[in-house]
Design a protein around this ligand. Structure first.
Ligand code: SPV
Ligand code: MG
Length: 431
């Protein structure tokens, strides 16, 4: 009996999947691959069902003989293992990033004479409704909030990118690339105080109030499903911070990062060029404790950010603060630096990990940008935040366009570098 293989990365079976099984069944024994979580989340959206639940779901389908786990989006291993006579797939993967997977399958099958069968992709209002419902479920506060903790279990390093509006949220949500046979995308979004303030033309000094910051979160949550890490600046007064924690939880935010500064907060990248005051360990621990006590869900994380290296208070001070903040209940530590070289960050992480193996470490490599995510992970880093790069790339592009329109007294000269009107109006999904 011939064998037919197809890989599923879905939580919900719709008529398109049933059609693939029906087609596969005509050719022999049907084996379904369930894509593992780590592979799935680099390529597609986060699953709403566990791998075990997905396996069970596929096993119960009529016409399915066996289910195996596929550990990578590329088929090399699974095809080597199963040597199926046929692979069946929808014909929707001929274009775009997915065509790399098709090429890979063809190459794997070619090695021993296996064949690819492509089935017309089922696209109808019922199928798109299911897709939309899944997206909406992932966007709900109770599903979104816990996702950062889930990602910390799955990903060697969680990658977050700055967002400050619906449109930047969509970029974080939808940007998926294929590079050398690997798919990748951002795991989470960072609502930066710097970029949120900059988008409003205001300085990053806790001037943009919480109501306005929450409005930004709303704009982002309306159009995305990925988890949010909120830049809470100093967290304000402990008496106010407790309310912030509750509001963020309600909105489905996964974590707040608060920094151990007090008084008029300035952006850390100014370092000691401006007057900035670090809070006492005692006060900051009290704020963390108050936040942890106010929190209503298990999912939410309060991450303590240490400014000792920024303010040149030394490594010992940074490490002492880290253990005090963890002791006070912090769910993670962010260590910041504005040095171009990553040496002090690496030293902090190595020393912190000598005594603490589990508390997540967060870094923001804006200045020390030569170190890779993989290298940071080797030193125990769990979350990497690209804190301002979208704003910094958009601003010069917009400025240049404004200057050129003034220069040429028309828009023709700038048009080639702009997104076509057709593309911009289809960028946003309609219900
Ligand atoms: C932000 O993005 O607002 C941050 C990170 O707090 S930094 O600007 O590097 O201080
Ligand atoms: Mg900030």
């Amino acid at each position: 009996m011939k064998t037919v293989y197809t890989c599923f990365c879905t939580d919900v079976i719709h008529e398109g999947h049933l059609n693939i099984i029906k087609e596969a069944h005509k050719h022999g024994k049907v084996i379904i691959g369930a894509l593992s979580d780590p592979a799935l989340i680099r390529y597609n959206r986060f699953p709403t069902k566990s791998l075990e639940e997905r396996i069970k779901l596929y096993k119960n389908l009529d016409g399915v003989d066996d289910v195996v786990v596929q550990d990578s989006i590329m088929y090399d291993d699974v095809i080597k293992r199963l040597k199926p006579d046929y692979v069946v797939h929808g014909d929707n993967w001929k274009e775009g990033a997915e065509s790399a997977i098709r090429e890979n399958v063809l190459k794997c099958l070619d090695a021993y004479g296996g064949e690819l069968i492509e089935v017309g992709y089922t696209f109808n209002p019922r199928v798109s409704k299911i897709d939309r419902q899944l997206r909406e479920k992932l966007a709900m506060p109770e599903y979104r909030r816990k996702r950062l903790r889930q990602l910390l279990e799955i990903r060697p390093v969680v990658k977050a990118i700055e967002v400050h509006s619906g449109i930047t949220g969509l970029i974080a949500e939808k940007t998926v690339i294929e590079n050398n046979g690997e798919f990748d995308q951002f795991d989470a979004m960072w609502i930066s105080s710097l970029c949120d303030s900059t988008a409003k033309g205001k300085p990053d000094i806790e001037l943009v109030d919480m109501t306005s910051r929450f409005r930004t979160i709303d704009d982002v949550t309306e159009v995305t499903t990925k988890p949010i890490i909120f830049d809470g600046d100093t967290g304000g007064l402990a008496e106010h911070f407790v309310y912030t924690v509750r509001s963020l939880e309600k909105m489905g935010v996964s974590a707040i990062i608060i920094e151990d500064k007090k008084g008029l907060k300035k952006n850390s990248l100014f370092g000691t060029e401006v007057k900035q005051t670090q809070d006492s360990i005692e006060n900051f621990c009290a704020k963390i404790k108050a936040g942890k006590e106010a929190q209503l869900t298990e999912d939410f994380m309060i991450i303590a950010r240490i400014e000792s290296l920024i303010l040149e208070e030394g490594m010992e001070d940074a490490l002492m603060r880290a253990s005090a903040f963890v002791e006070a209940g912090a769910d993670g530590i962010m260590i910041h630096s504005r040095k171009q070289e990553p040496a002090e960050i690496v030293e902090f992480c190595d020393k912190f990990r000598e005594t603490n193996k589990t508390t997540p470490i967060v870094v923001v490599p804006s200045s020390f940008n030569t170190i890779t995510e993989e290298e940071l992970a080797e030193h125990g880093v769990n979350i990497v935040i690209y804190a301002n790069q979208l704003t910094r790339s958009a601003f010069p592009a917009m400025k240049r366009t404004a200057e050129d329109i003034l220069r040429y007294h028309r828009a023709k000269e700038v048009d080639d570098r702009l997104m076509p009107i057709k593309q911009i109006i289809t960028l946003i999904d309609e219900l």
